[in-house]
Design a protein around this ligand. Sequence first.
Ligand code: HEM
Length: 380
Amino acid sequence: MAVSVPSPKVGRHPVQTPPPVAADQAPTAPASLWGWLDDRLGLSALRYHIPAHANTIWYTLGGITFMGIVVLVVTGAWLSQYYNPDPIAARESVLYIQNVAPLGDILRGIHVWTAYLVVITAALHLIRVFVTASYKVPREVNWLVGAALLGMLYFGAVFSGTMLRWDQEAYEAMAHNMELASFLGAVGGFFSHTFTTSVSMLPRLYGLHVSIVPLLLVLLLIAHFFLIKHHGISPTPAQAERGEAPGGRLPRAKETGHYPTHLRMMVGYGLALLGLAGMLSVVFPQEIGPAADPTMEVTKPPFVFYWVYPFEDWFGVRGMLYAILGLWAFLAALPFVDRTPYRGLRQRPVVVAVGLALLVAVLALSVMTAVKPPVAHIGG
Ligand code: HEM
């Protein structure tokens, strides 16, 4: 006799089909780790639409600079565990980093070389923005934020960092810093011994290097990235000329670039920058000079500051201040002086000629300093 097997539907415990769930209430099953994180943290809000031309190295230089800043923060955090900002102990603590601290010499080398490299990548990024006329409407304010970022990175972070090793070169840099600050009157008051007698200049400078400057850099970076997302990446001069970007903004349909590729390029080039800094720190290790002798002036600044040095020969310490202020005044005025809608190089002959002359001057002055022996200006 055949035994009939009851169907589950007709057994004592029938299987219930769950009631249908509205689509917007259905539990999502993110396919990837990114999906899972995005679901919880809203990471895709940071994403922005990019045109295809943004996936080239020229439009990744800002991102590479950002990656360099990340390397500076990480290596700097390690160095801060061993550095002692007391003027009596500072130089010794740098020797400790070089000779005793685990990975100290290589991480110090990477920190210092990355600092010089980000000045170069930031300058190349500025040149790209200048060449593509991306400082024009509606990105004038972001250009100013960028100029402030460069100033903060160059003088706030890199120049203050060169003084921390507290050897002869650092001491001379500090003497110049104090002299320059005295010309700035109340604005430069922070860099004077009279600002406070409770703590000396070096620990205050260290405080600036590790807390105030990074905080300001982060605030400026937030503003910079917010404005990049807000405006979108600028059109190429050719696109602008063809009238494809009314008001300097590309329509969404033209923003066909693949964003993950952009991020991958940023990280990839960032790692290459780290590799280059690592290689340079092995081939050209960061030395530490002799203990400071306040009666002498015998060193030159690091090469990224070479272009300012001849102004001191010609016009005294004040000359350096004027050169720096002059360059930043040009950067600040540019988007408000060049108000034509043209973005091609040939259509902006005056601005391009001035920009080119400044670039050639910076390079020529740097080479001049490189080949000349150092000259005493202060206390010599
Ligand atoms: C110093 C650190 C800086 C960082 C980390 C940074 C980062 C970035 C990034 C990631 C972008 C997106 C496109 C790209 O990478 O080219 C960008 C765009 C831009 N940056 Fe910077 N930047 C810095 C400095 C500067 C400077 C010195 C200037 C100019 C004075 C500047 C002006 C601009 C402008 C106007 C844009 C929009 C360009 C466009 O839409 O084509 N930035 N920046």
